[in-house]
Design a protein around this ligand. Structure first.
Ligand code: BGC
Length: 756
């Protein structure tokens, strides 16, 4: 913001009354910030978000009917977008959304939603990107930069640890510090530091007992002071518990506003000296900065909202994201001339987005049945009724007949609207019984069966071995049908990979025993081990692993090279790999790089994603890909020193086509520049002390006192014998066991020496 604008804001603050400043700290309605007519301060509009624009032209009320919002283009939802692993593609989606916002006079788009996926049951998983924070952050940065390149702000939400809908406004997500940093905050951290969003939206829930909306540690200490965020923090809609505490914690703007209810509490608190006027000034200043920054963007034109062009982008995007999970005997792509049956109501009326605040009033939706016209002659059989759970024997019998009369059956299945939405979680991971029965019956009658899935989050697939092909279309936006047809018939080659693991069954998921918690307490007992971090460490089979996705071509990986074999934790490490398209058609491959700390003496996942690149290749073509790793790629969060640390040792660098398909590996030795200073007490064990040279000397001194010497034994051997016998003993026991020959004073003196 230019100096002139800052000065203007400063002047405005000086002229405003306490009441006027407090009025700025909450919205005037669902979408608008408060204006102050006396001083000519305008309002700006914010609107949902994230995968399409949900705003209103005249009314600004709580909306329950999608038709009350403007008609807009619906893009694939977050869980689908992330499977593209494509920063540029997401950036383009962001740019288009930014253009739509400008055309509609919206200054801040309420997204991206970057919460980590803990349980497949979370009702809003379809809006969220991934179970992996690195991937989440990278996708979010693309989105933020895309939208903001158009002079429209974003709001990274829901900060933080909002991983369930059950009791989302009262539950406390109880998480240990390492897990918080490494899993649940890391996605936000990357998005904030690299994406530089204009705003952040705090979540509804509590974290370790404290509401996010009044969590100073979260909103100020971590977000602003550690990560350098300099924008505005707004509340989720209705997330304010105690407005005054919130203001002190760093919550600038309450949305959608509470009339004058909470503003007057702020006014009283300032007048009674309970909070300083400076605290209020700071929040008011941040609101004004946002308003005047938004006003720097020239007014949009109607032509910015080019529906046709945007719909084309929606289709291209969807087909870059959908994931080919299974393709036995190359059943796909389908031959246009073959006899094909499309089966299942979703072929006619696809599910393409989720419920709740992200629900876009799409201008139209293309079904696969419409899109296939002119591509191939298909027959259609409804197969099930989306409004019913129980199998319909007549619909199934008709579908079986249609399948038998064809060479290939393509079943369109997935989750109905009522299963996945903001405000509630799923209770199980099954498809409706009517769909499972249909798939069993059709696959029995027709060996060439392919299933296309429309769902925002993983489902169990008991029939997975009985069908030849599975295409995970996710919730692909309004052009989903077109994208599915492009992929089924090979007009586009599938190139998405899973941004989340698909467990075999719900009870395999690490959060299973603690989701959604008891009453208002949800304990994240699985800790760091979410998603593939858990399945890998437990050596468990999964239905489809994180990072999995097939193509109609094949790729070979070769010639992995590291820039160095040994580095310090402050060095950058370049890793190069050559990837070749060894098949017959053009395709894109997503190379994934995982890091594994081999010698760690602390609990760590087996491997963690630290790099990925998506590469386009013609048949026979090779390209060399470079990954750049830095300290953070190897580090874990150490709560004692409150920082990220790399332990000295050997790390494996793994490059593969999925988390379970590692093609190349190499090793690097890292020398850490951080010497973790241990703190010894009387309860430190002999083993812990012997890890350090100074500790060895201290133990030797003690041993000299008791002088139990075996003939010919070297000092090293003596120490090793001591460790095997007494390694687990705390130091205090030497005083008692030697009956005071080694005195307490001596031990305390040694401990002091060790600590200094
Ligand atoms: C949701 C937010 C959304 C807001 C405004 C809330 O219920 O949690 O994601 O941006 O409503 O519609």
């Amino acid at each position: 913001m230019a100096g002139e604008a800052s000065e203007k804001i400063r002047q405005l603050i000086l002229q405003m009354t306490i009441e006027e400043k407090a009025s700025l700290c909450s919205g005037q309605d669902v979408w608008r910030t408060q204006d102050v007519a006396r001083l000519g301060i305008p309002y700006i509009m914010v609107s949902d978000g994230p995968h399409g624009l949900r705003t209103q032209k005249e009314k600004h009320n709580f909306i329950f009917e999608p038709a009350e919002t403007i008609s807009a283009v619906c893009f694939p939802t977050g869980s689908c977008l992330a499977c593209s692993f494509d920063r540029d593609l997401i950036r383009r989606v962001g740019e288009v959304l930014g253009d739509e916002c400008r055309a509609e006079g919206v200054s801040v788009l309420l997204g991206p939603a970057v919460n980590s996926k803990r349980s497949p049951l979370c009702g809003r998983n379809f809006e969220y990107y991934s179970e992996d924070p690195f991937l989440t952050a990278q996708i979010a940065v693309g989105f933020i930069q895309g939208v903001q390149s158009r002079g429209v702000g974003t709001s990274v939400k829901h900060f933080a640890v909002n991983n369930q809908e059950s009791r989302r406004m009262t539950t406390s997500a109880n998480v240990d510090e390492r897990t918080l940093r490494e899993i649940y905050l890391a996605g936000f951290e990357g998005a904030v530091k690299q994406g530089k969003p204009w705003t952040v939206m705090c979540s509804y829930n509590r974290i370790n007992g404290v509401y996010s909306s009044e969590n100073r540690r979260l909103l100020t200490d971590i977000l602003r002071e550690e990560w350098g965020f300099d924008g505005l923090v707004m509340s989720d809609w209705g997330a304010v518990n105690d407005r005054v505490k919130g203001l002190e914690a760093g919550l600038d703007l309450e949305m959608p506003g509470s009339g004058n209810v909470n503003n007057s509490k702020i006014v009283h608190a300032v007048k009674e000296g309970k909070i300083s006027e400076d605290t209020l000034n700071q929040a008011a200043e941040r609101v004004l900065k946002l308003v005047y920054k938004a006003l720097e963007t020239p007014e949009g034109k109607d032509s910015d909202f080019d529906r046709k062009a945007h719909s084309r982008i929606a289709r291209e995007t969807a087909r870059e994201c959908m994931v080919l999970l299974k393709n036995e005997n190359h059943i796909l792509p389908l031959k246009r001339s073959g006899k094909i049956a499309f089966i299942g109501e979703f072929a006619e009326k696809p599910r393409y987005q989720g419920g709740g605040s992200s629900h876009v009033n799409s201008s139209y939706v293309t079904s696969a049945l419409e899109a296939v016209k002119g591509v191939s002659d298909v027959t259609y059989s409804r197969g099930y009724d989306t409004s019913r759970e129980a199998p319909d024997t007549t619909l199934i019998a008709n579908a079986v007949k249609a399948a038998k009369a064809s060479e290939t059956a393509v079943i369109f299945a997935g989750l109905p609207d009522s299963y996945e939405s903001e405000s509630w979680d799923r209770k199980h991971m099954h498809l409706p019984a009517c769909q499972n029965e249909l798939i069993w019956a059709v696959s029995k009658a027709q060996p060439n069966t392919v299933v296309v899935l429309h769902n925002g989050s993983p489902v169990e697939m008991p029939w997975a071995n009985s069908v030849k092909g599975i295409l995970e279309a996710y919730l692909g936006g309004q052009e989903t049908g077109g994208a599915v047809v492009d992929l089924l018939f090979g007009d586009a080659n599938p190139c998405g990979k899973l941004a989340e693991s698909f467990p075999l069954k719900l009870s395999d998921n690490p959060s299973y025993l603690n989701f959604p918690g008891d009453g208002d307490e949800c304990n994240y007992r699985e800790g760091l081990f979410t998603g593939y971090r858990y399945y890998d460490k437990k050596e468990m089979p999964v239905l489809f692993p994180f990072g999995h996705g097939l193509s109609y071509t094949e790729f070979s990986y070769e010639n992995m090279q590291l820039g160095a074999d040994e580095i310090t934790d402050n060095d950058i490490l370049n890793v190069t790999v050559t990837v070749k398209n060894t098949g017959k058609v053009f395709g894109k491959e997503i190379l994934q790089l995982y890091v594994c700390d081999r010698q760690t003496n602390i609990t760590r996942p087996l491997k963690e994603l630290k790099g990925f690149e998506k590469v386009s290749l013609n048949p026979g073509e090779s390209k060399t890909v470079t990954f750049i790793l830095n300290k953070r790629s190897f580090a874990y969060y150490n709560p004692e020193i409150k920082d990220w640390v790399v332990n000295s040792g050997t790390f494996d660098i793994l490059v593969g086509a999925s988390s379970r398909d590692i093609r190349l590996r190499a090793q690097v030795r890292i020398h850490s520049s951080v010497q973790l200073k241990p703190h010894f007490t009387l309860n430190s064990t002999v083993s812990d002390i012997l890890k350090y040279e100074s500790g060895k000397k201290a133990i030797q001194t003690l041993l000299d006192f008791v002088n139990i010497q075996i003939e010919g034994e070297t000092v090293e051997e003596k120490l090793s014998r001591t460790e095997s016998m007494f390694g687990e003993f705390p130091l205090r026991t030497v005083i008692e066991f030697t009956r005071g020959v080694i005195s307490e004073e001596l031990v305390i003196k040694l401990i002091d020496m060790l600590n200094h």
